[in-house]
Design a protein around this ligand. Structure first.
Ligand SMILES: [Fe+2]
Length: 143
């Protein structure tokens, strides 16, 4: 599934800080896509592609840490599979990045993987953070 990714309200998990980080991830992913297309037509240097991939990975890593801090602050919910999904993502992307940097042309595969993963992850797993936080807040209010 190629093409850029557009923010839509269905992606909102009801936590402004996380939503804006997801929007930023979409932006970075879209600029990665643009560079990717340019690299096949007008030519973008390998250094630019490497910078874009590193930028994407750095921001995703920062974002996961922020989400994990938030999950750790929510009581009574087991988020271990969510943490594992973040780890699996980082491993997969690191592998694809390694192949790309070695000269194998997997840059579209990397884009495709990140895009599909991000959409599914936000719609399923991240939505659970929003719900759990809502329940936690309500319980604390009642107490
Ligand atoms: Fe997540």
């Amino acid at each position: 599934m190629f093409g850029t990714i557009t923010w839509n309200e269905k992606y909102s998990i009801g936590i402004e800080e996380i939503d804006s980080q997801h929007k930023k991830l979409f932006e970075i992913l879209n600029s990665y896509y643009k560079n990717l297309v340019d690299s096949k037509t007008i030519g973008v240097t390998n250094d630019v592609m490497k910078d874009t991939i590193n930028n994407l990975i750095d921001y995703a890593t920062y974002h996961f840490r922020e989400e994990e801090k938030l999950m750790n602050s929510i009581q009574g919910v087991d988020f271990s599979s969510h943490f594992r999904q973040h780890q699996d993502f980082c491993l997969k992307v690191a592998t694809l990045k390694g192949k790309t940097f070695l000269g194998n042309d997997v840059s579209f595969e990397l884009f495709d993987f990140v895009k599909d993963w991000l959409i599914n992850h936000i719609l399923v797993s991240d939505q659970q953070i929003g719900k759990a936080l809502q329940i936690n807040t309500t319980e604390n209010t009642i107490i």
